[in-house]
Design a protein around this ligand. Structure first.
Ligand SMILES: Cc1cc2nc3c(=O)[nH]c(=O)nc-3n(C[C@H](O)[C@H](O)[C@H](O)COP(=O)(O)OP(=O)(O)OC[C@H]3O[C@@H](n4cnc5c(N)ncnc54)[C@H](O)[C@@H]3O)c2cc1C
Length: 401
């Protein structure tokens, strides 16, 4: 590649929530940005549904948090329960009301966040989103990057100063940039179902985790199409289950009837199946190519850290790239971004999500009993509950020194 007059812009691969947040932040700082998205429109995938306080604080300056709160369900108390006994540990985020204007978990679907971000981005004159455009590969030198994208089966090039891979777990940018993605894949499948049936009638908080040595459950009340909302339940399924069986209507019915048996069938509004991974890229930057969000790290959803931490990456990257772009800092600002966000991914997101999942699926009856005694003691002791909530709400992960 010869020396090119690279266009003064940033190219973002992926119009998911992380890519759109980065693009919006950069555009607002006066940095021209192009987003390429392989799909013809924003994807509608009921994945993330829980937003933690720091994420809402970070999205507030963009006017996005306010719209999320207006349409979402604030969940102040949430539970960890034993599916096999009456043990319940209930945590009240009101204990953190002195630390955040959002002392709750906000239940709001990820596919409703991306249209808010896109609408805000479309109002920025220096931002452009190209759908049906797939990032394929890139070449880079000290001055910029030349990316190859595919649109309508035709190859095009886009040159830019910086390339950001926010293109999810299967990130094309990560693969093209020879980043290592270290970690493991859980053997079991993970099924997500939703139904209008009201589990609050059985004493479940709008967010409840049920520990069980055979089949734990995560429960969320979601806004859905508006009041009264829908209940979303997630179950692990044996590794030997095929995706076809996992997605079969009778499997969904059996899972729900096995949880709370009713004479009539459950009306099931949607079902999805996922494979879960725990992986973190060894580096978040390679030359002028930078990773963020799921492209840089993946985790199981117990604790709801994935997208939240992706938005935290986005906000940190906007600051770092703004400083570098406007010559207020050298490239070390981007290395600081990578180091800080990688540490948060490993020390907080990986550690807590793995621990949370293992606690839910613990098989040893003595360990299970001790876990619950401990959780109930923590929940009932305000200073311990506050520490626990600082960690589970991700406030600790973003306010660390
Ligand atoms: C069942 C489940 C529940 C979850 N619940 C939560 C939760 O409650 N809270 C939470 O914080 N997280 C949760 N997560 C994780 C969350 O969904 C992800 O962390 C989040 O989607 C990451 O956003 P992203 O923008 O990085 O990637 P994505 O949302 O995957 O977006 C990537 C985008 O890039 C596009 N793309 C991919 N390849 C290319 C290419 N080559 N060229 C152009 N475009 C491309 C894709 O089409 C997509 O639009 C959950 C995940 C699962 C599976």
């Amino acid at each position: 590649m010869g020396i090119l007059p690279y266009a003064d812009r940033v190219l973002v691969s992926g119009a998911g929530p992380v890519g759109l947040t980065i693009a919006l932040g950069l555009a607002r700082r006066g940095i021209p940005v192009v987003v390429v998205e392989q799909e013809p429109a924003l994807t509608i995938d009921p994945r993330a549904g829980t937003f933690h306080p720091p994420t809402l604080e970070m999205l507030e300056p963009y006017g996005i948090a306010q719209q999320m709160v207006a349409a979402g369900i604030p969940v102040r108390t949430w539970q960890i329960r034993d599916r096999r006994s009456s043990a319940v540990a209930e945590f009240d985020l009101g204990l953190l009301a002195d630390l955040t204007p959002y002392p709750y978990r906000l239940h709001f679907e990820q596919f409703k966040l991306t249209p808010l971000l896109l609408a805000a981005l479309e109002r920025e004159p220096n931002a452009e989103v190209r759908f049906s455009t797939r990032f394929v590969k890139a070449e880079q030198d000290d001055a910029g990057v030349r990316a190859t994208v595919e649109r309508d089966g035709k190859s095009e090039t886009i040159d830019c100063r910086w390339l950001i891979g926010a293109d999810g777990g299967r990130s094309g940018v990560r693969r093209a940039g020879t980043f290592n993605f270290e970690g493991f894949t859980w053997p079991e499948l993970f099924i997500v179902l939703s139904t209008a049936y009201d589990f609050a009638a059985h004493g479940f908080a709008m967010n409840s985790y049920l520990a069980d040595p055979e089949q734990w459950i995560a429960i969320f009340k979601m806004p859905g199409n508006g009041p009264p909302g829908v209940w979303r339940l997630s179950f692990p399924m044996d590794a030997a289950t095929s995706e076809e069986t996992a997605l079969a209507p009778e499997t969904a019915q059996a899972l729900l009837q096995g949880f709370i048996s009713r004479p009539e069938p459950y009306a099931i509004e949607h079902r999805n199946v996922y494979r879960l991974h725990q992986r973190v890229a060894t580096d978040f930057r390679n030359g002028r190519t930078i990773l963020a969000g799921d492209a840089a790290h993946l985790n199981n959803p117990v604790g709801a850290f994935g997208l939240n931490s992706g938005i935290h990456d986005a906000i940190a990257l906007i600051d770092a790239l703004d400083d570098v772009w406007h010559d207020r800092a050298g490239i070390e600002a981007l290395d600081r971004y990578g180091a800080q966000r990688r540490t948060a991914a490993i020390d907080h997101v990986q550690a807590n999500s793995i621990r949370n999942k293992r606690q839910l699926e613990e098989k040893d009856p003595d360990v299970r009993r001790r876990n619950f005694e401990h959780l109930q003691h923590v929940a009932a002791t305000p200073e311990l509950a506050r520490d626990f909530l600082l960690n589970s709400s991700m406030i600790a992960s973003v306010r660390r020194p």
